[in-house]
Design a protein around this ligand. Structure first.
Ligand code: CDP
Length: 219
């Protein structure tokens, strides 16, 4: 097996960006390239949103959402219902509650701090969870491109509905007070609007390698 880059050093990589920007694909590819464990932090918020819906509650109910976050059952992280549009919407509502973010902070930071390094993707990895990450990449793409990508992977076939859902979630994620979606000042911007999957992955790996070489040169 040829894994030249696996475990060559501990490195923490933060990948952030809006919905359907390709950040998950890029984070998984970086994790494989550098031989690092990967955490999709969006699945934690989706799991909380799903738990609230299954309890028959309202995602806007901060106390219930925080309770669900504190008692999160890890088995739900494998539930296919996590990918449903209703869960995505609930996730973006529960994720605006500071109590929910506080309940999920420690497990994300522990994952980022593990001795061998890690890759995490989400909205606030480079700004809140791992502000000292070695490499920060902010992945984005135009709303139209992201809506087309999401349409291809969800049961909802109506492009206008998919696009409106994404726009609504973008606005909620960017405008909330608690850890809003924003590009960290020291992150590298990767706009994948005109890139296919392979090109975006190759570009992200090249950017990450260049950032590491730069850091190594600085000592
Ligand atoms: O896959 P997609 O980009 O559609 O969404 P996701 O990464 O699974 O995240 C679902 C929702 O969780 C987002 O719309 C955010 O509201 C929230 N989230 C967050 O607030 N902070 C994170 N680190 C990750 C996700």
């Amino acid at each position: 097996m040829n894994v030249p880059n696996a475990n060559r050093f501990a490195v923490v990589i933060a990948v952030d960006g809006p919905a359907a920007s390709g950040k998950g694909t890029i984070a998984r590819a970086l994790a494989a390239h550098f031989g690092l464990p990967h955490m999709d932090t969006g699945s934690l918020y989706r799991a909380v949103g799903l738990a609230v819906l299954r309890a028959g509650g309202d995602p806007a109910d901060a106390a219930l959402a925080a309770k669900c976050a504190r008692t999160l059952d890890v088995a739900v992280l494998d539930d296919p219902a996590l990918r449903e549009p209703s869960t995505a919407r609930a996730a973006s509502v529960v994720s605006a509650h500071p109590e929910v973010r506080a309940a999920l902070l420690e497990c994300q930071q522990a994952f980022a701090r593990q001795p061998g390094g890690a890759v995490l993707d989400g909205r606030d990895i480079g700004t809140v969870i791992a502000p000292d990450a070695d490499i920060k990449i902010f992945v984005t793409a135009s709303l139209d491109v992201r809506a087309k990508r999401r349409q291809a992977e969800t049961p909802e076939r109506d492009y206008a509905v998919v696009r409106a859902n994404l726009a609504e979630r973008d606005a909620r994620d960017a405008e909330r007070d608690a850890a809003p979606l924003r590009q960290a000042d020291d992150s590298i911007l990767l706009d994948t609007s005109d890139m296919d999957r392979e090109t975006a992955i190759a570009r992200a790996i090249a950017l990450a390698e260049a950032r590491l070489a730069e850091k190594a040169a600085l000592g």
